[in-house]
Ligand binder design. Structure first.
Ligand code: HDL
Ligand code: ZN
Length: 449
C-alpha cells in the first residue's frame, strides 16, 4: 500500500490514502496510526483542581505557579538549602527561584513533576533551546499573556475538551463566586467535594448551621435523627443544583470501615449522600488511600499514601447496585485488586493514575493490567492538575504511555490476523478519553430514584 510521505500537514506520517475503515496491514503503520490518534483525540479530564477564569485568583497559572506546585516543593526540601520556615517566609517568586535553582539548574529535572515543567514550557512555544535555563526569560514571556488567553491556548495545546473542577462548598472564597454567578465557561464542569462533611462532621455541622441548615451542630446524636439527615440532603441537593455537579466526590483514608453502625461517615453515606446521588442521578466518586498531613511542615505537600481496605467499595457496590461509583486509589499495592474488584461489579468504574501514581512507570504498569483485565471499560487517566499549564505535560506524558500500551494490545491481535482499522482505534480512544465517563453519567441518570 502506498505510503504518504511525512510532511508538515502529516507529521505523523499517517497513510492518508487508506480508508479509515480499512484494516491496517503493517505493524509500523499501526504503531504510527495509534500514536497519531491518541495524541490527537480531545480528552475529557474528569478530575482536576483547576478553575475557570471566573474564579480569579483560584485559577493558578504561569511559570512561578508551575514551580511552586506542591509536588515540586516536596522535592525541593530534599535538595534545597532553605529550612521550612525560611522557604515559607518567601513569596511565590522567591520560592520559585529556589526550586528552579535546586531542581532545574543545579541538577537535571528528571523527576515526573520537574520534567513536566520542561514539557509544558516547550510545548507552549517557549523552547529551552531559545530560552535556555534563565527563569526570568520565561517570566518575561509569560508576562505578555492573560489568564483568558492562556486558558484557550493551554486547552487547545493539551487537546483537553472539558475539565472537571473540584468544588468545595465549605470554601468561603469559592462559595462566594458560585453565589454571584459561578462558572460561565462551559469547558469547565463542576463536581461537589464533600471531604469535610464525611470526615469532620462536628465542624461541618457548625458550618451547615451557619449556612441555614438545621443540623443541631452541638448535639452528638444529631445524625441519628432523620430531620438532620434531611437537612444534609437539602444541603447536598442545593449545592449540586447550584454548581451543576456532574458527580459528588470525596477522598478518604484507607482504613475506613463501612458500614460502622452509629458512625458519622456511615450514617452520612447511607442517609444523605447515596440518597441524593440516587435522587439526582449522579455518580459518587471516591478517592481512597490518603493519609493527610503526615508532615504538616510541607503544607499541601504533606500528605501520604496508605494501603486501603477495598471492602468499603465492595460493600457499597453490593448494598447499592444502582449507585454508579467512580473510584481511584492511591497505593500501588491496591491497584491490581481494584481492577479485579471492578470485574465483579459493573457499577464500579475505575479512573486515573492518581497523585504518586501519575508517573511514567506507574501509568504504564497500571494501564497494561487494567486493559488486560477490563478492556476498554475503565478511564485510564485524569490529570489532577492544580496549575493550568500542567494539562499540557500531564496529558502529553500520559498519551504517550497509553498509546504504547494500546499498540501492544493491537499488535497481538494483528499477529492472529484480527486486523485493526483507524475507525476501530478512534472508537476505542474516544471511549477511554470521555466515552466511558459519559456512560457512567448516563447510567447514573437512568438509575435515578
Ligand atoms: O485529594 C485530592 O483530590 C488529591 O488529588 C490532592 O488534591 C493532592 O494534593 C493532589 O493534588 N494530587 O495530585
Ligand atoms: Zn485531586
Amino acid at each position: 500500500m502506498e505510503r504518504h510521505a511525512a510532511s508538515d500537514a502529516n507529521p505523523a506520517n499517517v497513510n492518508l490514502l487508506r480508508q479509515p475503515d480499512a484494516p491496517i496491514e503493517s505493524l509500523a503503520e499501526l504503531e504510527q496510526t495509534v500514536r497519531h490518534i491518541v495524541l490527537e483525540t480531545p480528552v475529557y479530564d474528569i478530575h482536576t483542581h483547576l478553575y475557570s477564569a471566573d474564579f480569579e485568583e483560584r485559577l493558578l497559572w504561569g511559570i512561578d505557579q508551575l514551580l511552586v506546585y506542591h509536588y515540586l516543593t516536596a522535592e525541593y526540601f530534599r535538595q534545597g538549602e532553605l529550612s521550612y520556615d525560611e522557604f515559607w517566609a518567601m513569596d511565590d517568586a522567591g520560592r520559585a527561584d529556589r526550586v528552579w535553582k535546586a531542581l532545574f539548574v543545579d541538577r537535571m529535572p528528571v523527576s515526573e513533576a520537574a520534567s513536566g515543567v520542561i514539557t509544558a514550557i516547550s510545548r507552549l512555544g517557549l523552547s529551552p533551546s531559545v530560552y535556555g535555563r534563565d527563569l526570568d526569560a520565561y517570566r518575561a514571556a509569560w508576562a505578555e499573556k492573560t489568564a483568558v488567553a492562556q486558558v484557550n491556548d493551554v486547552l487547545v495545546t493539551a487537546k483537553v475538551k472539558t475539565v472537571v473542577m473540584t468544588n468545595d462548598p465549605f470554601d468561603a472564597v469559592e462559595r462566594a463566586v458560585w453565589l454571584k454567578g459561578g462558572c460561565t465557561d462551559a469547558r469547565f464542569q463542576a463536581a461537589l467535594r464533600i471531604d469535610k462533611l464525611l470526615l469532620d462532621w462536628t465542624s461541618a455541622a457548625t458550618e451547615l448551621q451557619s449556612l441555614g441548615y438545621t443540623v443541631a451542630a452541638d448535639d452528638p446524636s444529631a445524625l441519628s435523627q432523620e430531620a438532620t439527615l434531611a437537612e444534609v440532603r437539602r444541603f447536598l441537593r442545593d449545592w449540586c443544583g447550584r454548581i451543576g455537579a456532574l458527580y459528588i466526590m470525596a477522598s478518604l483514608p484507607g482504613d475506613v470501615q463501612y458500614p460502622t453502625p452509629g458512625e458519622a461517615l456511615t450514617m452520612l453515606l447511607d442517609g444523605a449522600v447515596v440518597p441524593v446521588c440516587r435522587e439526582l442521578g449522579l455518580p459518587l466518586a471516591l478517592m481512597v488511600g490518603v493519609r493527610r498531613q503526615v508532615n504538616p511542615a510541607l503544607r499541601l505537600a504533606g500528605d501520604m499514601s496508605m494501603q486501603a481496605d477495598l471492602g468499603l467499595l465492595e460493600r457499597l457496590c453490593l448494598r447499592y447496585p444502582e449507585l454508579q461509583l467512580l473510584v481511584t486509589v492511591l497505593a500501588r499495592e491496591n491497584q491490581h485488586e481494584l481492577a479485579v474488584l471492578a470485574r465483579k461489579f459493573s457499577n464500579l468504574t475505575i479512573f486515573g493514575c492518581w497523585w504518586f501514581l501519575h508517573t511514567e512507570s506507574m501509568i504504564r504498569e497500571m494501564t497494561s493490567f487494567r486493559t488486560e483485565l477490563l478492556g476498554t471499560s475503565y478511564i485510564p487517566q485524569h490529570s489532577d492538575c492544580r496549575v493550568l499549564e500542567q494539562l499540557v505535560n500531564k496529558w502529553d506524558h500520559s498519551r504517550s504511555v497509553i498509546s504504547g500500551v494500546l499498540y501492544n494490545k493491537y499488535a497481538r491481535l494483528h499477529q492472529d490476523r484480527w486486523l485493526v482499522s483507524e475507525n476501530d482505534i478512534r472508537r476505542d480512544i474516544e471511549h477511554y478519553f470521555g466515552g466511558v465517563f459519559q456512560q457512567v453519567l448516563s447510567r447514573a441518570k437512568k438509575g435515578r430514584g
